[in-house]
Design a protein around this ligand. Structure first.
Ligand SMILES: [Zn+2]
Length: 171
Protein backbone atom coordinates (compact mmCIF):
# COMPACT_ATOMS: atom_id res chain seq x y z
CA UNK A 1 0.00 0.00 0.00
CA UNK A 2 2.81 2.36 0.92
CA UNK A 3 4.51 1.64 -2.41
CA UNK A 4 1.35 2.36 -4.35
CA UNK A 5 0.92 5.69 -2.57
CA UNK A 6 4.53 6.57 -3.25
CA UNK A 7 4.12 5.67 -6.92
CA UNK A 8 0.97 7.76 -7.13
CA UNK A 9 2.72 10.70 -5.53
CA UNK A 10 5.67 10.41 -7.92
CA UNK A 11 3.39 10.24 -10.95
CA UNK A 12 1.50 13.31 -9.81
CA UNK A 13 4.73 15.15 -9.15
CA UNK A 14 6.09 14.28 -12.60
CA UNK A 15 2.86 15.34 -14.23
CA UNK A 16 2.86 18.72 -12.55
CA UNK A 17 6.50 19.17 -13.56
CA UNK A 18 5.84 18.49 -17.21
CA UNK A 19 2.89 20.86 -17.14
CA UNK A 20 5.04 23.62 -15.75
CA UNK A 21 7.63 23.04 -18.45
CA UNK A 22 4.99 23.08 -21.14
CA UNK A 23 3.75 26.52 -20.16
CA UNK A 24 7.24 28.02 -20.20
CA UNK A 25 7.41 28.89 -23.92
CA UNK A 26 4.33 31.04 -23.45
CA UNK A 27 5.99 33.26 -20.94
CA UNK A 28 7.38 36.35 -22.45
CA UNK A 29 10.15 37.73 -20.30
CA UNK A 30 11.04 40.38 -22.86
CA UNK A 31 7.68 42.15 -22.90
CA UNK A 32 7.63 42.73 -19.14
CA UNK A 33 10.36 45.36 -19.29
CA UNK A 34 9.90 46.39 -22.91
CA UNK A 35 7.88 49.63 -23.30
CA UNK A 36 7.64 49.18 -27.12
CA UNK A 37 6.01 45.74 -26.98
CA UNK A 38 2.39 45.75 -28.17
CA UNK A 39 0.10 43.22 -29.85
CA UNK A 40 -2.25 45.99 -31.08
CA UNK A 41 -0.13 49.02 -31.96
CA UNK A 42 0.92 48.80 -35.63
CA UNK A 43 2.90 52.06 -35.73
CA UNK A 44 6.41 51.67 -37.05
CA UNK A 45 9.12 51.76 -34.42
CA UNK A 46 12.35 53.66 -34.75
CA UNK A 47 14.45 52.62 -31.80
CA UNK A 48 18.25 52.59 -31.90
CA UNK A 49 20.19 49.39 -31.28
CA UNK A 50 21.82 51.14 -28.38
CA UNK A 51 18.39 51.40 -26.78
CA UNK A 52 17.30 47.89 -27.76
CA UNK A 53 20.45 46.48 -26.18
CA UNK A 54 19.35 47.84 -22.82
CA UNK A 55 15.81 46.46 -23.20
CA UNK A 56 16.17 43.03 -24.81
CA UNK A 57 17.72 39.89 -23.35
CA UNK A 58 21.17 39.22 -24.88
CA UNK A 59 20.23 36.18 -26.96
CA UNK A 60 17.30 38.03 -28.55
CA UNK A 61 19.28 41.23 -29.09
CA UNK A 62 22.09 39.60 -31.05
CA UNK A 63 19.79 37.61 -33.36
CA UNK A 64 17.08 40.26 -33.85
CA UNK A 65 19.24 43.38 -34.01
CA UNK A 66 22.59 42.10 -35.27
CA UNK A 67 21.31 39.30 -37.55
CA UNK A 68 23.01 36.53 -35.63
CA UNK A 69 21.59 33.01 -36.12
CA UNK A 70 20.67 30.67 -33.30
CA UNK A 71 22.21 27.20 -33.48
CA UNK A 72 20.03 24.66 -35.36
CA UNK A 73 17.88 22.26 -33.32
CA UNK A 74 18.23 24.42 -30.20
CA UNK A 75 15.29 26.83 -30.54
CA UNK A 76 12.18 26.38 -28.40
CA UNK A 77 9.80 26.35 -31.41
CA UNK A 78 11.76 24.04 -33.69
CA UNK A 79 10.07 20.86 -32.51
CA UNK A 80 6.77 22.44 -31.49
CA UNK A 81 3.29 22.01 -32.99
CA UNK A 82 0.79 23.75 -30.71
CA UNK A 83 -2.11 25.72 -32.18
CA UNK A 84 -1.91 29.49 -31.89
CA UNK A 85 -0.30 32.70 -33.09
CA UNK A 86 3.34 33.76 -33.39
CA UNK A 87 4.35 37.35 -32.65
CA UNK A 88 7.60 39.30 -32.90
CA UNK A 89 9.47 38.82 -29.62
CA UNK A 90 10.93 42.32 -29.92
CA UNK A 91 7.78 44.38 -30.54
CA UNK A 92 4.70 42.09 -30.39
CA UNK A 93 3.74 42.44 -34.09
CA UNK A 94 1.80 39.46 -35.51
CA UNK A 95 3.97 37.31 -37.81
CA UNK A 96 2.63 33.77 -38.31
CA UNK A 97 -0.33 31.50 -37.67
CA UNK A 98 0.50 27.95 -36.50
CA UNK A 99 -1.49 26.48 -39.42
CA UNK A 100 1.31 27.62 -41.78
CA UNK A 101 4.02 25.91 -39.71
CA UNK A 102 5.38 22.66 -41.07
CA UNK A 103 7.85 20.02 -39.95
CA UNK A 104 11.15 20.88 -41.60
CA UNK A 105 14.43 19.07 -41.11
CA UNK A 106 16.48 22.26 -41.26
CA UNK A 107 16.66 22.73 -37.48
CA UNK A 108 14.71 25.98 -37.24
CA UNK A 109 10.94 26.60 -37.01
CA UNK A 110 9.60 26.79 -40.56
CA UNK A 111 6.45 28.32 -42.02
CA UNK A 112 5.15 28.36 -45.60
CA UNK A 113 3.36 31.68 -45.21
CA UNK A 114 3.79 34.89 -43.19
CA UNK A 115 1.30 37.55 -42.18
CA UNK A 116 1.43 39.97 -45.14
CA UNK A 117 1.21 42.91 -42.75
CA UNK A 118 3.76 41.38 -40.41
CA UNK A 119 6.99 41.09 -42.39
CA UNK A 120 9.15 42.84 -44.96
CA UNK A 121 11.99 41.48 -47.11
CA UNK A 122 15.50 42.59 -47.82
CA UNK A 123 18.20 41.21 -50.10
CA UNK A 124 21.03 39.63 -48.08
CA UNK A 125 24.36 38.96 -49.83
CA UNK A 126 26.33 38.24 -46.65
CA UNK A 127 28.43 35.10 -46.03
CA UNK A 128 28.92 34.60 -49.80
CA UNK A 129 25.25 33.67 -50.30
CA UNK A 130 22.31 35.30 -52.04
CA UNK A 131 19.39 35.10 -49.64
CA UNK A 132 16.20 36.95 -48.80
CA UNK A 133 16.17 38.23 -45.27
CA UNK A 134 12.84 38.40 -43.41
CA UNK A 135 12.33 41.31 -41.02
CA UNK A 136 9.49 42.41 -38.77
CA UNK A 137 7.51 45.14 -40.50
CA UNK A 138 6.99 47.14 -37.31
CA UNK A 139 10.43 47.12 -35.68
CA UNK A 140 12.63 45.89 -38.57
CA UNK A 141 14.19 43.20 -36.44
CA UNK A 142 15.87 40.30 -38.21
CA UNK A 143 13.72 37.16 -37.99
CA UNK A 144 15.42 34.77 -40.41
CA UNK A 145 15.37 34.06 -44.16
CA UNK A 146 12.85 32.84 -46.72
CA UNK A 147 13.72 30.15 -49.27
CA UNK A 148 11.79 28.79 -52.25
CA UNK A 149 12.04 25.09 -51.34
CA UNK A 150 8.96 25.02 -49.09
CA UNK A 151 5.77 22.97 -49.41
CA UNK A 152 2.47 23.81 -51.16
CA UNK A 153 0.51 26.01 -51.36
CA UNK A 154 3.20 28.73 -51.50
CA UNK A 155 6.44 26.80 -52.06
CA UNK A 156 8.11 29.12 -49.57
CA UNK A 157 10.04 28.17 -46.46
CA UNK A 158 10.28 30.90 -43.84
CA UNK A 159 13.23 29.70 -41.79
CA UNK A 160 12.94 31.55 -38.48
CA UNK A 161 14.93 31.93 -35.29
CA UNK A 162 12.86 30.74 -32.32
CA UNK A 163 14.27 33.44 -30.08
CA UNK A 164 12.63 36.12 -32.26
CA UNK A 165 9.20 34.51 -31.89
CA UNK A 166 6.64 34.83 -29.15
CA UNK A 167 3.92 32.20 -29.18
CA UNK A 168 0.42 32.47 -27.79
CA UNK A 169 -1.72 29.36 -27.69
CA UNK A 170 -5.36 29.60 -28.86
CA UNK A 171 -7.75 30.07 -25.95
ZN1 LIG B 1 8.90 43.44 -34.38
Amino acid sequence: MKNILLLLFCTMFLQSCSQTQKSNPMENQASKSNPYYSRTNKNKLEVSNEKWKKILPNDLYFVAREADTERPFTGKYNDFDEIGEYYCAVCGNHLFRSSSKFASSCGWPSFYEADKNGVIYRRDSSHGMERTEVLCKRCESHLGHVFTDGPAPTGNRFCMNSVCLDFERDK
